[in-house]
Design a protein around this ligand. Structure first.
Ligand SMILES: C[S@@+](CC[C@H](N)C(=O)[O-])C[C@H]1O[C@@H](n2cnc3c(N)ncnc32)[C@H](O)[C@@H]1O
Length: 259
């Protein structure tokens, strides 16, 4: 099964829907609103003058938001449609960025550049079959002392949605709609993989990165599970038997400096 081809088709189709959605609110972004949430802005911190690689950058709003924060940015995404949209956004706003339409594993094999920061967020890992190679791609793209920042939907949510929490031999192959409000029942085939938290953390450790911290959050900026409720000043939460479930997690890891 050519999962790259299948997922690329799905994301090309989704991109066209996403750029017109209120979820992504391109108009507000064009007027100067950042697409980044406080969580990742605080986690990554000051990026002025830093070289930042954004993996799975979709149509580039977060990448360009990091550019607005002062970083020199490179965004990589499988979807050529998403990268085309990112280029258009960049040009219309007169921002600087390099966008690369490529599978991240292929990018990892070919990349010779090195970065101060590698960033990736919200809905990225399920599209990747192999976290060992993913983590190697990150480690080899980082300068010594460079930082990796991940903010991801908590794997516990997979369980709530009826998927496996633990990695499986075979991926989930489904016909799915997308997550923006304007998707109109349009579906495309997707191929996704379950990744437990220990799998993510161990892949980064085995790639030689130092885990600086791992955090879990009960609130999410995104209303993406049925039954979520908004708590003023916090974001969306989800209760199970009256208790909050974990919705997001974040990891900061660094590449050791050679002695
Ligand atoms: C949920 S989106 C990323 C979310 C991002 N935070 C956003 O909302 O802008 C997932 C992205 O991963 C990309 N993707 C999926 N598989 C990939 C692969 N093998 N290599 C590179 N990008 C991939 C998709 O094209 C899509 O743009």
């Amino acid at each position: 099964m050519d999962y790259i081809k299948i997922n690329k088709q799905a994301w090309d189709k989704r991109t066209t829907v996403h750029v017109d959605s209120t979820f992504y609110d391109v108009d507000a972004f064009k007027k100067g609103k950042t697409s980044l949430n406080l969580l990742e802005l605080e986690q990554v911190g000051n990026v002025k003058g830093k070289k930042l690689l954004h993996l799975q950058c979709h149509f580039g709003q977060d990448t360009l938001s990091w550019a607005r924060e002062g970083a020199t940015v490179t965004g990589v995404d499988l979807s050529s449609q998403a990268i085309e949209q990112a280029e258009q956004l960049k040009q219309s706003l007169g921002l600087k960025a390099e966008f690369i339409a490529k599978d991240i594993y292929q990018f990892g094999r070919e990349n010779t550049d090195s970065f101060d920061v590698v960033f990736t967020s919200y809905g990225v890992l399920c599209w990747l079959p192999d976290l060992t190679d993913w983590a190697k791609t990150i480690a080899s793209a980082l300068k010594q002392g460079g930082e990796f920042h991940l903010v991801e939907f908590h794997s516990f949510n997979d369980l709530i949605d009826g998927y496996s929490y633990f990695p499986q031999a075979e991926p989930d192959v489904e016909k799915e709609g997308t997550y923006t409000e304007n998707c109109d029942g349009e579906k495309s085939t997707t191929v996704t993989w379950a990744h437990s938290l220990s799998e993510v953390i161990n892949a980064l450790i085995q790639a030689g990165l130092n885990i600086e911290y791992f955090k879990e959050y009960a609130y999410s900026p995104y209303n993406c599970i049925e039954g979520m409720e908004y708590v003023s000043g916090q974001g969306y939460q989800m209760l199970h038997k009256g208790q909050q479930i974990p919705l997001l997690y974040s990891i900061k890891a660094s590449k050791p400096t050679r002695k």
